[in-house]
Design a protein around this ligand. Structure first.
Ligand code: NOJ
Length: 523
């Protein structure tokens, strides 16, 4: 699966913003890369206060991205390239510009139009305190006051009011939206904040800090991972099952041992194992995390869904270049940036992709990781667009650094992303690591991805279990049912390879040994 952050993928009309027609023009690239499906980040009509996760109309395309006809054409053309398309559904909240929220604001307190959201009187004699002490994921209070004195809940930005999932109209509407996109040929959905829909309707206070997209591991949390979520998911699954061959994947930041609940046969097909993404480059921890994910999904008879980067986290080529234990979220702003070893990060990213692609279960790649793109950690503060920056009171730099538009060519305005400047500035080094610069270069990470994705189909693509192999300390080694093996050297010393080793793919030159921070697939 390949994640397309549409705003930053390819710009067809030179306005600096990626769009659907830009994506259509690059389908050949994606087919040649060897991906089976695309997950397209939200493309709905939106004021883009949170990169489109603030949806104003779930049945319309944001004009900056194109038209509904463009989206339909994309799906048809992707299918012609043997690539499926899943759409990003955002059921937890809408934009403040959504007609339902507009109606809610225009209605007086107590009006039924307010009940589709969590809109409550405040506390204190004059209601001037928020209904609870809940903190937004992006920082600050999770409540904002309306002019008439009531408060609305937003677990994310104040422009993203949370919907009330106890309301029958909300439930019906979301099923209808699913059908709308399935009728247009979409192959499924990535479900945003899948662990957040249900709220404790007694609205108790909660004394725990929120951390940006960090899993909750507490039972009976007032808004994360509540049991009331699952009947909702079953309604969606019934809609999907009334079509042929559709799927959905949960973005559920939950403790590993809760994942199986989301993977029950009448719920999600896949749920991301964020545990692996959050693990440092440390052999023991990586092995433990892989094992934990396999066991956790195995409870539901499924393989885990792997991912190393997405549009919410520091790119892994940069994470892996930071000393173990660094909090990469705060490092973005606070540094010190000198602790980053870019070359080391890239070397490990090359090895890490073989580690991940060899595992049983689906893998999600985030656009640009195939180019080894680093996090652009030094974006000037005045170009930051992520609401995290303001909502956190400028304490967190946010996620723009992993959303910088892709470089397609060595030179030219925005390195081939479009015909003018891109919506976020690209660093100069992007030219040298553009698609054009890397294509055909056997040492380039892009060619490593192409080779690995091709070999994966024959040797690693099934869901069978893994067998851990005996290996020197600090070396991760496993074998798959096909007999193919993956060896990753996370130790401090090179490891000798057997003389007769049949190398399928290697993350770098071997010369009889598996060097430190390298990986190899043997067949
Ligand atoms: C998770 C999405 O991946 C993230 O980008 C977004 O800000 C939040 N959900 C809120 O929709």
């Amino acid at each position: 699966m390949y994640q397309v952050y549409i705003r930053s993928f390819a710009d067809s009309n030179g306005d600096g913003t990626g769009d659907i027609n830009g994506l259509r023009s690059r389908l050949g690239y994606l087919r040649d890369l060897g991906v089976d499906a695309l997950w397209v980040n939200p493309w709905y009509k939106s004021p883009l206060h949170d990169g489109g996760y603030d949806v104003a109309d779930f049945r319309a395309i944001e004009p900056r991205y194109g038209t509904l006809a463009d989206a339909e054409a994309l799906i048809v053309e992707a299918h012609e390239h043997d690539i499926r398309v899943i759409v990003d559904l955002v059921p937890n909240h809408t934009s403040i510009e959504h007609v339902w929220f507009q109606e809610a604001m225009a209605a007086p307190p107590g009006d039924p139009a307010r009940q589709r959201y969590h809109i409550l009187p405040g506390k204190g004699t004059d209601g001037s305190e928020p209904p609870t002490n809940w903190v937004s994921v992006f920082g600050g209070s999770a409540w904002t006051r309306l002019d008439d004195g009531e408060w609305y809940l937003h677990l994310f930005d104040h422009t993203q009011p949370d919907m009330n999932w106890e309301h029958p109209e909300v439930r019906e509407e979301l099923c209808s939206i699913l059908r709308f996109w399935l009728d247009r040929g979409a192959d499924g959905f990535r479900i945003d904040v899948a662990h957040g829909l249900a709220k404790d309707m007694d609205y108790p206070d909660d004394d725990h800090d929120q951390k940006l997209l960090v899993s909750s591991d507490r039972p009976d949390h007032p808004f994360w991972d509540r049991d009331e979520i699952h009947p909702i998911v079953r309604e969606w699954r019934a809609v999907l099952d009334s079509y042929d061959d559709k799927m959905m994947v949960a973005e559920a930041w939950v403790a590993s041992d809760r994942i199986a609940l989301y993977l029950r046969p009448d719920e999600y097909h896949q749920s991301f194992s964020f545990d692996f993404l959050a693990t440092d480059w440390n052999a023991e921890e990586l092995e433990t995390s892989i094992d934990r994910s396999i066991k956790a999904s195995g409870v539901a008879g499924r393989a885990p869904t792997w991912v190393l980067s997405n549009h919410d986290v520091v790119r892994h080529a940069t994470r892996y270049g930071l000393p173990e234990g660094t909090d990469w979220r705060t490092w973005l702003l606070d540094g010190p940036h000198e602790i980053l070893d870019t070359e080391l990060g890239l070397r490990r990213a090359r090895a890490g992709i073989l580690l991940m692609l060899g595992l049983p279960g689906p893998v999600y790649l985030y656009q640009g990781e195939e180019l080894g793109l680093p996090e652009v950690y030094d974006l000037p503060l005045d170009v930051l667009d992520d609401p995290v920056w303001e909502q956190s009171n400028r304490k967190q730099k946010g996620r723009d650094g992993c959303r910088v538009p892709l470089p397609w060519t060595r030179t030219g305005p925005s390195y081939g992303f479009g015909s003018g400047d891109a919506w976020l500035p690209q660093p100069e080094l992007f030219g040298a690591i553009s698609v054009e610069a890397q294509t055909g270069d056997p040492d380039a990470i892009l060619e490593l991805y192409r080779a690995a994705l091709a070999v994966r189909r024959d040797h690693f693509a099934s869901d069978d279990d893994i067998e851990w192999l005996d290996s020197p300390a600090g070396v991760i080694a496993y074998q798959r049912g096909s007999g193919a093996q993956c060896w990753v050297n996370v130790s401090g010393t090179d490891m000798a390879l057997p003389a007769d080793a049949n190398v399928l793919v290697a993350s770098g030159p071997l010369d009889g040994v598996l060097p430190v921070n390298h990986a190899v697939w043997l067949g």
